[in-house]
Design a protein around this ligand. Structure first.
Ligand code: UDB
Ligand code: ZN
Length: 184
């Protein structure tokens, strides 16, 4: 099982690398990596497992964060209606997005960043993502709210982008034009 020791930290060059597409159908090795990412986010949200293994509870994790520069990510998060959004995806791609933006009112953090970096991180309010699942099925996900924020944060990792790249350096809490604040 993956632990915090497997998660690389800010400054590691892989976090600034554009990850490669996963050849499909996925190999057993690539499927195993993707299953491990999903297992991490699920287990880390279980207080017993998290405390036993010292896991920081995560709602998303991308392969580059475990030093695998391939386009795979896992998300495990509930929305404002308490619906679970649990995804393990190969080659996710945003095929359309809203003009409207959204941001977490309390800002973002990252499992690969140990310090807290304050500021609003403007993202799209709604995204449509095309991807392939662990079963090899092509899916289209229409996401809003927190699940939309998480998947954009994880897709950024596939492109070598960190959340703080989006923070306005001179005015981190400058109101975001045409946006919705998401409160936790
Ligand atoms: C997280 N969790 O998992 F809005 F109930 C973060 C950490 C870095 C703080 C652990 C998180 O934001 N949890 C959360 C947020 C809410 C409501 C709630 C729980 N990540 C995943 C990550 O680093 N992936 O690469 C960072 C998040 C920041 C925005 C989306 C992902
Ligand atoms: Zn992250």
């Amino acid at each position: 099982m993956l632990t915090m020791e497997d998660i690389i930290r800010d400054g590691h060059p892989t976090l600034r690398t554009v990850a490669k597409e996963v050849p499909l159908p996925a190999s057993e090795e690539d499927k195993k990596i993707l299953k491990d990412l999903l297992e991490y986010v699920i287990s880390s949200q279980n207080p017993e497992i998290a405390s036993e293994k010292g896991l920081r509870p995560g709602i998303g994790l991308a392969a580059p964060q475990i030093n695998v520069p391939k386009r795979m990510l896992a998300v495990h998060v509930t929305d404002e209606k308490d619906n679970l959004h649990s995804y393990a995806l190969f080659n996710p791609k945003i095929i359309s997005h809203s003009v409207e933006k959204a941001y977490l009112a309390s800002g973002e953090g990252c499992l690969s960043v140990d310090e807290s970096i304050p500021g609003f991180v403007p993202r799209y309010a709604r995204v449509t993502v095309k991807a392939t699942t662990l079963d090899g099925e092509e899916v289209q996900l229409r996401l809003k709210g927190l699940p939309a924020i998480v998947i954009q944060h994880e897709i950024d990792h596939l492109n070598g982008v960190m959340f703080y790249d989006h923070i306005n350096k001179d005015a981190p809490f400058e109101p975001v034009e045409n946006s919705i604040a998401i409160e936790r």
